[in-house]
Design a protein around this ligand. Sequence first.
Ligand code: GDP
Ligand code: MG
Length: 440
Amino acid sequence: NLTERLSGVIKTLRGEARLTESNIQEALREVRMALIEADVALPAIKVFIEQVKQRAIGHEVMDSLTPGQALIGIVHQELIAIMGGEKAELSLNVAPPAVILMAGLQGAGKTTSSGKLAKWLMEEKKKKVLLVSCDIYRPAAIDQLALLAEQTGAEFFPVQTGQQPAQIGTTALDYARRHHHDVVIVDTAGRLGIDEAMMQEITQLEQLLKPVETLFVVDAMQGQDAVNTAKAFSDALPLTGVILTKLDGDARGGAALSVRHVTGKPIKFAGVAEKLSGLEPFYPDRMASRILGMGDVLGLIEEAQRTSDKKEAERLMKKMKSGKGFDLNDFRQQFQQMKKMGGMGAMLEKLPHQLSQAAQNMNVDEKIINRTEGIINAMTPQERTKPEIIKASRKRRIATGSGVSVQEVNRLLSQFEQTRKMMKMMNKGGMSKMMRAVKG
Ligand code: GDP
Ligand code: MG
């Protein structure tokens, strides 16, 4: 399933410093397969993969994350985006009564969702709700809604025998106006498949009742079929949103991922249980986490983002404090750290005065940081850990390798020495004071 496949992605891409077009290819193939298995519509998959790719390429991977985890972070963000990003509110900003029209195939969950929505509106929004059934074809359907009304305490509009849906709708709306209902929820008849008569009937209701919300109710377990139905309904009706039912029965999440993309309409509610309280506002971010099924990994990614700078700085400071083994690797790390912390300028502001002067003497700015990194990169690992072996011929090689003059290599080495001395000087307690100051 999607979750397992994506966990596999994390295990690939080990040891890559950044995500590139070639090293994420395998991982993206896995993601694509996972989405196909989850029954996500192909056009949605195509757009999704493209978005992830665009964002992933060239993405720096933080020290404490594997590239696989970094990619999952991006996948998570894009899952949220394809489901519409923000939570979409039910709009009831009209002169009451606000009409909510329920559309969808038979068995999708229209009647159940009508009852659930009535309950939600009464409890959460303190609305006075009228429930109306236009499903005249099956007597049991009207009784079903009447029962739900009784259970929720919403008022039920009684249907006279022989009335047609359009007539029921208009008389109910008139009744709601006179009795000061805030919301009228109109349940409609569905068919087993898309059918011309059904479409005509609901289109007529839409035109007569001018609903503020026309909600397409769709069964999440239908997967790709749900998407085809969604397309047919959104072509025929001005939908304002979607209720995705039976999410409790579907672990794949395919419909959730496709339906927004196909209809362009947000999922506003999700059915998460058969019982009346089993309707929830839909949160794309929560659904994305659920689809990924890896709350711990997502937590790890967030934690890494928060602490990577801090942890790295602490590790470095510990080494400095011990006064032992401070080498050019650490020196380079220090420069990289400075860059992350917002450059020398931001850091100087936080340093105690005396130290700030010393640092300014080193005359470090962003460009020099980059040059410095370049010079150190041109050294062999041995040279970095034992700078004292860097004599004239090595200096020439390093200078050529990093495209600078020998003087600049000399300057860097003396800066390194100066820093090492400064560190010894600061050793007893001073360093932790500095660190506290830097961390703010
Ligand atoms: P309608 O034909 O569109 O009106 O569909 P119904 O409202 O009659 O629902 C069909 C079946 O799906 C009923 O047995 C409901 O109890 C069930 N159902 C609807 N929504 C949910 C849901 O979110 N979760 C679960 N588990 N069952 C649901
Ligand atoms: Mg029904």
